[in-house]
Structures are given as structure tokens and as C-alpha cells.
Design a protein around this ligand. Sequence first.
Ligand SMILES: NC(=O)c1ccc[n+]([C@@H]2O[C@H](COP(=O)([O-])OP(=O)(O)OC[C@H]3O[C@@H](n4cnc5c(N)ncnc54)[C@H](OP(=O)(O)O)[C@@H]3O)[C@@H](O)[C@H]2O)c1
Length: 216
Amino acid sequence: MHVHVNAAVSVDGKLSTRRREQLAISGPEDFARMERVRAASDAVLVGVGTVLADDPSLLRHDERHRRNLGKEGLPARVIADSRARTPPDAAILEGPAVTYLLVTDRAPDDRVDTLRTAGAEIRTVGDDRVNLAAAVEMLAHDGHERLMIEGGGEVIFSAFEAGIVDELTLFIGSLVVGGREAPTLVDGEGFIEEFPQLDLREVERLDDGVVLSYDA
Ligand SMILES: NC(=O)c1ccc[n+]([C@@H]2O[C@H](COP(=O)([O-])OP(=O)(O)OC[C@H]3O[C@@H](n4cnc5c(N)ncnc54)[C@H](OP(=O)(O)O)[C@@H]3O)[C@@H](O)[C@H]2O)c1
């Protein structure tokens, strides 16, 4: 399974503001680029923090690019949601694409049942938090070959910690957000040693910012 982390940050590395509201960091060219990455993916993953903050549908993608790649159907959507906190009326559960809800043994049965009824494909992967390495194996077993991770910062940290990241694409917009409580690209506990080391592959100017592409 190829795992591609894609995100947009401010000059100071923030994913959004301290209020955790959705923030327009990218412009149209970067959106189009992001929609091509989605189109090339078999599944797109976000953490429940992003679902609660942004209520994304994750449906928009470059259909022509997907057709040219010979991919059928829509990219599946995947939520890392240990305790099944996703609202049953979340946009990510609507529409024609499959939505996997990855939960753990800590998820209350009644919430899991409600979300199954709302259309989620429930998978238990982990005891405390969703085990992302196990999630990748499960998705590969279901025939998925390319996973895009869109955030947020907690999930991206866990993806690096689990050693599952193959590629990172980062759009850096030219705005300053600031705020010690504002989410950054990689949050979680952070590393104090054995820092994941990336190889910078490409630098491109796009919209009012730059796109950095790394191999991990
Ligand atoms: N600019 C961008 O490109 C971009 C993209 C996406 C999001 N965002 C922004 O990012 C913010 C949300 O980020 P966030 O860091 O708060 O939330 P997040 O990473 O989306 O979700 C974090 C939550 O996921 C659950 N989770 C389950 N398994 C996990 C695991 N193995 N590792 C980490 N978390 C796991 C945890 O809740 P449980 O323990 O309850 O399961 C955790 O609190 C929002 O402000 C959103 O707007 C920006």
C-alpha cells in the first residue's frame, strides 16, 4: 500500500486557526492538484477531529484524471474514530462512496450501531486508538493500493510514528496564522529522537505559495 500525506499549511505550519475552523489556505491551482491526488487514490483518510471541525464530504476529485488512470468508482472515505464520535449526519457518510469507520474496542456499541445504520462500514482496528498500520493492512486486504491521508495533525503524527508514510505533499500558503493552540501539520506527542527523515523531491510555485513534495 502506498500512503500519501497531503495537506495545506500556513507559513508557520498551521493547518487551521486556534478555533479549529476550516481555513482557506490553498488557492484554485492547489485545489486542482489536491483533487488529482484524491482521484489517484483508492481511499482517503481523515481523523475524527477533522470530521468534527470541517464536516468534509471528501467526494470532490478530478474525475477525468481518475478515468485516465483507469480507476473505477469513487475513492473510499476512511475515518480514524476510536470512540465512534462521528455525528450520524456527517457529510462524510453521505453520497455514493463507501465510508469505512475505523473504531476500537473503546467505541460504545450503541454509537457504532447508529453509525452502521447511517451507512458506515465499521472496522475495529486497535484497542485504545485506531492502529494505523493495521488499518493500512486491512485496506490493502480489501484491494486498496493507494491511501491518501488528509489530516489532521494528530493523525498525521500517528502515521509518521507508525512508519506508514511513503510520500508527503505540502502546500505552504503565504499567510501567517500563529497561535500556540492552533493545529500544526504534525501534532501528537511529537518526536524527541529517531525523527522521520524525508527526501525533498520537488519544489513548485503554485497560487500564492509553494508545493513541496517529499519521499519518506
Ligand atoms: N489544512 C489542511 O490541509 C487540513 C487538513 C485536514 C484537517 N485540517 C484541520 O485540522 C484540524 C483537525 O486536526 P486534529 O489534529 O485536531 O484532528 P485529526 O487528526 O483530524 O483527528 C484526531 C482524532 O482522531 C482520532 N484518532 C483515532 N485514531 C487515531 C490515531 N491513531 N492517531 C491520532 N488520532 C486518532 C482521535 O480521537 P479519538 O481518540 O476519539 O478517536 C483524535 O483526537 C481542523 O482544524 C481542520 O480544519 C486541515
